[in-house]
Design a protein around this ligand. Structure first.
Ligand code: SAH
Length: 387
């Protein structure tokens, strides 16, 4: 089946952008079905440009799979998985917990696979991967020999593709608690019910790094299971972990006990209120982490998101003693690094503090960025020193 691209579509394809919108499709054959792999063709020259997943209901009609005539068969997916695994083995020799497949950035559109030792957590986000569920699971089983695989496709983006959110066990047996380690901090993850695919793997390397900077009185806002808080505790004298979810707070306390860092105290509160009250009470901290959820799901919400970021960063800067460390993250793709940095500059001016950028970081290395797809560059994590 051939799908022909308009001139604009061809230009986009040739720049390596892996998404082609419906408006850039000149002509599609009748009878295309759910998740077909199609040949992508230049409508004017008739040339074959490569292959893509077709998605009927999505605004994104095509997701690029390859850029030549080679077939997209079982072996194609086997090779792509092997290539993704090879990068992780290079990055983390001997380790078995990481993001194994990061969708488009691993040239496997609509597929996310996180590996937690013997267990895998999978997201099938487009019809192309949903339809090949059995093949993909068979390949993962033969390449990695996991004991169990969970499906965490319980995400709303599936609705945009005409798929309903789903979760469950796809293979083997998955215990309620799966062990997982970051440096020397141990966690037990509930892969079926935890946030995302079990935890926030993208912040893994930043968690570990935070320990190096932490000192004195520390505050971790938007803490979830305490990924930052427990690392801070290894260097700080006391850690307050602020988290709105009571369930997550109980988890922080359990994790702190299991890791013998009883000086982590979980506070169930709205971080915005906590920060405002702390400023009003004249409290001071030496180390603060801000890692909020995404504040903008679309472009229209960017200004409000930036105001939200500014509010919490301004307060954090007011709360820090001279020489204090602020680790400030944003996972909002629509607020890019430049905008985030401008916001920090404006917050510093209002707080009347001079602030050094010590590190500009992003997601862990197993979440590679595809140069031609800016959407894969979503996480910012700045390490700042407030003078
Ligand atoms: N820092 C965590 C991930 C944070 S995800 C880590 O590195 O693992 C964002 C968290 O913020 C979620 O757990 C969510 O429950 C919490 N949250 C959302 N809104 C909040 C608010 N207004 N105040 C405090 N916590 C909030």
């Amino acid at each position: 089946m051939k799908v022909k691209l308009t001139k604009k579509g061809v230009e986009r394809w040739q720049r390596g952008h892996p998404w082609i919108y419906a408006a850039d499709v000149q002509e599609k054959p009748k009878g295309l079905t759910f998740g077909d792999v199609v040949q992508v063709v230049d409508a004017f020259k008739g040339w074959l440009l490569g292959h893509a997943f077709y998605s009927e209901h999505s605004k994104i009609s095509l997701r690029a799979l390859n850029y030549d005539a080679s077939p997209v068969d079982d072996n194609f997916f086997a090779k792509r998985l092997e290539a993704a695994l090879a990068l992780r083995q290079t990055l983390y020799p001997g380790e078995t917990s990481y993001r194994l497949v990061h969708g488009e950035a691993d040239l496997l559109p609509g597929l996310v696979v996180d590996r937690y030792g013997d267990y895998l957590s999978v997201q099938l986000l487009v019809p192309g991967t949903e339809r090949r569920k059995k093949l993909l699971i068979d390949l993962l089983v033969s390449q990695l020999k996991p004991k169990g695989i969970v499906n965490r496709s319980d995400v709303n983006v599936r609705n945009l593709e005409g798929l309903t959110p789903e979760k469950g066990v796809l293979y083997g047996h998955v215990p309620e608690k799966v062990p997982y380690r970051e440096g020397d901090i141990h966690f037990e993850l509930d892969l079926l019910n935890g946030q995302k695919t079990g935890t926030f793997l993208d912040q893994r390397e930043n968690h570990v790094l935070a320990r190096q900077y932490a000192h004195g009185e520390a505050l971790d806002c938007f803490s979830y299971g305490g990924g930052f808080a427990l690392q801070l505790a290894k260097s700080a004298t006391h850690v307050t972990a602020v988290e709105i979810s009571e369930t997550a707070c109980a988890q922080i306390t359990a994790n702190a006990t299991a890791n013998h860092v009883p000086h982590v105290k979980a506070v169930a509160a709205n971080a915005f209120d906590f920060l405002r009250d702390a400023v009003d009470e004249g409290r001071k901290f030496d180390t603060i982490v801000l890692d909020p959820p995404s504040f903008a799901k679309n472009k229209g919400a960017v200004d409000a998101a930036v105001r939200g970021y500014k509010e919490i960063n301004l307060r954090a800067m007011q709360l820090l003693k001279p020489g204090g460390i602020l680790i400030s993250a944003s996972c909002t793709y629509h607020v890019d690094e430049e905008r985030f940095e401008e916001m920090l500059d404006s917050a510093a001016a209002d707080a009347k503090r001079r602030v050094q950028i010590v590190e500009r970081r992003g997601a862990a290395k197993d979440h590679p960025v595809l140069l031609s797809l800016r959407e894969t560059r979503y996480l910012k994590c700045f390490v700042l020193r407030v003078l």
